[in-house]
Design a protein around this ligand. Sequence first.
Ligand code: SAM
Length: 235
Amino acid sequence: MTYHDFDMTSTNSAIDYYDIIAESYDQMMRDDEPNVKVREAVRTYFCQSVPQGKILDFGAGTGLDLEWQLSAGYEVIFYEPSANMASQAEKSLGISKRPGVSTIVGKKADLEHIGMLPDASLEAVFSNFAALNSVEHLKETFAVFASKLKPGGHLICVLTNNFDKVSRLKSVFSDLAGSQAAISKKVEYTKGQSMHVFYHSGRSLRRAAANSGLRFEQSIQLDFEKHELTHFIKY
Ligand SMILES: C[S@@+](CC[C@H](N)C(=O)[O-])C[C@H]1O[C@@H](n2cnc3c(N)ncnc32)[C@H](O)[C@@H]1O
């Protein structure tokens, strides 16, 4: 008997979840005033920190950040593993034909495909609104990001710390024990269907980054469901 037989839900990947909600995602975000404000603050921070050039948007979703990225003069690699989220971006923004945009989407969106980009070619990796909370192993992911960043390049990511006390305590003990395993919580998004969301403490983010040659610049609390922006710079 497996763990899942006990709790009677089947656990899917976050990608299944985003495939299901893709059509309503933009409306959900636009109706959420705090989200709109925070997105604006993240945009300002990013544009003030990162010079024009090529950037990777990791977990780009439906492309809610694409217009500002292009109008600020960035060339965007649009990376999104949910085929339905990417197809929303295709419908509303024409990502496959849009000048200044290249895509790594659907089944191609994996670390191997990021690995095919030229080394030291990116000004920044950007990951907005908790895409990295769907990733269990940050160490491998950050190592690939770091290899693609130019020296002085930026990793700017927004993760949620919206986890209960028990998860956070577990994470402290896990960190102290030197474990690299992320603490996760299981979220039931519809009856009988759930997914794992991974908690990455500031300390574990910084450790994964340091292992990859990324130095911590700063982190900023955002006024939206315990989201936090963290900024690293490649040595
Ligand atoms: C909350 S949405 C954020 C989308 C977009 N960045 C935004 O700000 O609107 C999280 C995104 O992460 C994507 N995602 C899920 N698992 C992922 C993974 N392993 N790697 C990269 N992105 C992932 C989801 O498909 C989804 O589009």
